[in-house]
Design a protein around this ligand. Structure first.
Ligand code: SF4
Length: 291
């Protein structure tokens, strides 16, 4: 359920279950998105008082958090004044940032402590919009990135990989790198197999190893362009050796699982494991590194 969540140095503002896109690989279920719970009107005012003074990281997420921009932007302004977060990560599909009224308000709230993570799933609008099942979403997300490039925020693009885009992953990386957009980070994201992703798995599933191989050249192209590339949610044994340094331990700890075979693996301590959902569905084989 949406609300403010505290975990040691990390604070998460989960704004709403609603989303204005309908991505085919969304880890949230359609029922949850339709239910559309959000932070109640009378709770917003007290939220900043619950944040510990020493908190270092804030994540603002949804659903799509800017569906409630009338509360989110004042919240951002207040935390900017009251807290010294090292980083504020905003997970958004970027579409609402195409609206002049939202941009105008947001421009005053964004500082260099912010990083906006916006998904781009294809190199052309047609496929991106087919994946989000939302006409116009590619163009709006790109407009959002253009707007953010005029601010001090860092800009991250996330590409969630699956069967619908696996064959064009190199092209997506290459087009983003050469787009002229200010993109600081590109993270290639392995799917979490819950919600719509699990429901559509016959249409979507590709082994993490095949995803990594399909994206290898594009990853190199982005790095040559000076973009910081990361690989989210990939077990180390699904990656070619030259991509190992890009693997991030990105899975929320309570969702991480390792197979029986992993117990003997020499890379166990360096490996971020895989999602419990992928593990329980038995979808992705592991290849332990043995002595
Ligand atoms: S075998 Fe298990 S611990 Fe080893 S790299 Fe693969 S997933 Fe990670």
């Amino acid at each position: 359920m949406p609300g403010l969540f505290l975990d040691s140095d990390d604070v998460c503002l989960y704004v709403t279950e609603k989303c204005n896109s309908n991505c085919i690989m969304c880890p949230m279920s359609l029922d949850t998105r339709k239910r559309g719970e959000g932070i109640a009107e009378d709770q917003w005012e007290a939220l900043p008082d619950r944040i510990p003074a020493e908190a270092k990281h804030l994540t603002i997420t949804g659903g799509e958090p800017f569906l409630d921009y009338e509360h989110v932007i004042p919240f951002m302004e207040e935390v900017n004044e009251r807290f010294q977060f090292e980083e504020i990560l905003v997970l958004t599909n970027g579409r609402i940032l195409a609206h002049p009224e939202v941009r105008e308000q947001l421009a005053n709230a964004v500082t260099d402590r912010y990083c906006f993570a916006i998904p781009i799933h294809a190199s052309d609008p047609k496929l991106h919009d087919a994946i989000t099942q939302s006409p116009g979403s590619f163009s709006q997300a790109v407009q959002g990135i253009r707007f953010l490039s005029e601010t001090n925020a860092r800009i991250e693009v996330r590409i969630v990989a699956h069967r619908m885009n696996v064959e064009i992953l190199n092209k997506v990386f290459e087009n983003l790198s050469a787009s002229g957009l200010r993109i600081d980070i590109i993270n290639l994201v392995a799917m979490e197999m819950t919600g719509c992703a699990a429901r559509n798995r016959a249409k979507l599933w590709v082994n993490y190893k095949d995803v990594a191989l399909a994206a290898e050249e594009g990853v190199s192209a982005a790095i040559r362009h000076g973009i910081n590339v990361g690989l989210y949610n990939f077990p180390i044994c699904s990656l070619p050796e030259k991509l190992w340094p890009l693997a991030r331990n990105s899975i929320t700890p309570y969702k991480v699982r390792y197979g029986e075979e992993c117990q003997a693996c020499l890379m166990r301590s360096a490996c971020g494991g895989m999602f419990y959902s992928t593990f329980e569905l038995g979808l992705n084989p592991v290849y332990p590194f043995l002595r």
